[in-house]
Design a protein around this ligand. Structure first.
Ligand code: R5P
Length: 291
């Protein structure tokens, strides 16, 4: 197990659960800003797993992932797997406007070119986009773990709400852990910072609500959903997500809309990583076709 700098704690946890050796790579920057990576241990003939998430600064974290894969692959391991809990650029998985780069397609070819023979990701933005990869990819979900987190919080008749139709499945999976109900809204994104969510009768009066999504980036999606919940009379409002990107003033925006607490996972290691995805990653690795 080799832990990249964006997944230090998570890679330790996974190594502990798998009971495997842990290697700490040397990662530093040259004076001109270029990255230097070295894996000091002998990896020849070993089954190697590299864990490196790619949150902001995405480009640096991606480059570290590519260099770690290349450094490992140079040593002739028996197998080489990459665990990328948060895969950057996954939202640019289509050409939305003529002339755009198909970012995810390029990232997928870099990961393969660098030597990965298998990949594990967590709650990829669109399952279909995994077809850009020609290596086996396991997409595991954190939704039940997020649901479990809310179990002991004494929520009043909770409603799990997906802020758009795509998040309905996440809401349903989390709700199942508590035997709670779920619903979803309809959202249209106007610009990267602006979303418009259609109002809906939610039957949430005097109940607690958890808005759950794959990513919280600018917080706009959650804030819009929270405003609707408030209008519909929700008692307390919480937000949960797999990937707490939390850019700019996301937290302030959600708080102003009435969100009390933001619960994320450690696919991105920050002060909102309250749930560990180690168990589902371990499960994904155990189902590996290379083991
Ligand atoms: C979009 O479809 C995603 O599932 C999230 O809803 C979105 O990425 C959240 O972004 P933001 O926090 O910027 O509204």
């Amino acid at each position: 197990m080799i832990g990249g700098s964006a997944s230090r704690k998570l890679s330790w946890e996974i190594a502990r659960e798998l009971n495997c050796k842990f290697s700490q790579p040397e990662v530093k920057s040259f004076p001109d800003g270029e990255l230097y990576v070295r894996i000091p241990d002998d990896l020849s003939g070993e089954e190697v797993i590299i864990v490196q998430s790619t949150p902001p600064p995405q480009n640096e974290n991606l480059m570290e992932l590519f260099l770690l894969l290349e450094a490992a692959s140079e040593q002739g391991p028996k197998s080489l797997k990459a665990v990328v809990p948060y895969l950057a650029y996954a939202r640019q998985d289509k050409i939305f406007k003529k002339g755009e780069a198909l970012s995810l397609k390029l990232i997928s070819s870099f990961i393969e070119e660098a030597g990965a023979e298998e990949l594990v990701v967590v709650d990829i933005h669109e399952r279909e986009s995994l077809s850009y990869f020609s290596i086996p990819v396991k997409n595991v979900t954190a939704a039940p773990l997020l649901g479990k987190y809310f179990k002991g919080m004494g929520l009043k008749d909770p409603l799990f709400l997906g802020p758009d139709e795509k998040a309905a499945q996440q809401a349903s999976r989390a709700a199942k852990e508590l035997g709670a109900s779920f619903d979803s809204l309809e959202k249209e994104r106007i610009t990267p910072e602006l979303v418009v969510t259609s109002s809906k009768e939610l039957r949430v009066k005097d109940r607690d609500a958890v808005i759950i999504d794959d990513i919280i980036s600018t917080g706009g999606t959650i804030a819009e959903a929270a405003k609707i919940l408030k209008k519909e009379g929700a008692r307390r409002i919480f937000a949960a997500c797999t990937h707490p990107v939390l850019s700019g003033n996301a937290l302030e925006k959600m708080k102003a809309a009435g969100v009390e607490v933001v619960v994320g996972t450690n696919t991105i290691e920050n002060s909102h990583s309250l749930v560990s995805v180690a168990p589902v990653i371990v499960e994904g690795l155990r189902q590996s076709v290379l083991l």
